[in-house]
Design a protein around this ligand. Structure first.
Ligand code: SF4
Length: 280
């Protein structure tokens, strides 16, 4: 049994909120640089150049890469041989988010009640997903999510007979409907299988997988590649102003499901697709 002080989790989450909002992750930088070379439309190339310039200025002057610094989504994988000490885990995560958004001067975008809509003023609470895994480590993923793209996300409760074609139609429908509103080029996270909530969670977590990586399941890898190609033929393009780079990546996660259903969730993220991973 290994003891981890929850204050260590707070400190890491504080730093990760600031890092995610100021620097594009390496995988996103790689796909953006590649797109800058392959984008077919002159205006599309111009938009990509502006996005890259914005990132450079943000890193140099320590300003956020987007004004919407997002709602903090935190994935925790906790080894079952870890003993957490020093307070409640959820409080420690929220304290990290509070400190990160306050000390990092990040926009506070969370309202405490979805109808009364009073700002909580410290960007808490985070949306926290916790999983108990083997080992004695704590893996933390912080993925601040902007709502321009979040609002364009969809869940489709398909019938088994809809099959793979139904899944493809669902992905393309969500991306077409999102159009320029999701701040393209997008990263498209997809969950296939499970239940209503499980497929949404898979789609969200798929966004934290490296852009440009692929599923180890052959048919899923083929689906990711085919969907990226089809999405990039839609013509939405960088900034929604036309071009051949509507998405940087399509990441699909799957899970067993019920004999009577085929749930599909499409969680769309924008060109910043913030995600930072650490293990303690
Ligand atoms: S969707 Fe992304 S790029 Fe667009 S405003 Fe929100 S965080 Fe910024």
């Amino acid at each position: 049994m290994r003891t981890v002080q929850v204050s260590e989790i707070t400190e890491n989450i504080k730093e990760m909120c600031i890092e995610a909002n100021h620097y594009l992750s390496e995988d996103m930088e790689a796909v953006m640089n590649r797109a800058a070379k392959t984008e077919a439309a002159p205006l599309g190339r111009q938009i990509l150049a502006q996005l890259r310039e914005n990132l450079e200025i943000a890193a140099k002057d320590m300003i956020p890469i987007c004004q919407d610094t997002g709602m903090a989504v935190v994935f925790l994988e906790i080894g079952q041989d870890v003993h957490l000490e020093g307070g409640l885990l959820e409080d420690a995560v929220n304290e990290g988010v509070c400190q990160g958004y306050t000390e990092g001067y990040l926009r506070k975008s969370v309202v405490g009640d979805p109808i009364l809509r009073e700002n909580t003023k410290d960007n808490t609470p985070a949306v926290i997903h916790t999983r108990i895994v083997a080992g004695d480590k704590v893996k933390i993923k912080v993925a601040p999510k902007g709502f321009g793209s979040e609002n364009m996300s969809r869940v489709f409760m398909l019938k088994p007979a809809d099959g793979l074609e139904g899944v493809k139609n669902a992905i393309l429908t969500a991306v077409k409907d999102a159009g320029p509103n999701a701040c393209p080029p997008m990263v498209v996270g997809v969950g296939v299988g499970g239940t209503f909530e499980k497929c949404a969670l898979m789609a969200k977590e798929a966004l934290t997988r490296d852009a440009g990586s692929h599923s180890s399941i052959p048919w899923v890898k083929e689906l990711e590649e085919e969907m990226l190609e089809k999405i990039n033929c839609l013509g939405i393009g960088p900034g929604g102003l036309g071009g051949s780079t509507t998405a940087f990546a399509v990441n699909v996660n799957t899970y067993p499901t019920h004999i009577a259903g085929l749930p599909v969730a499409v969680n769309i993220c924008c060109h910043v697709n913030r995600h930072v991973v650490r293990e303690i």
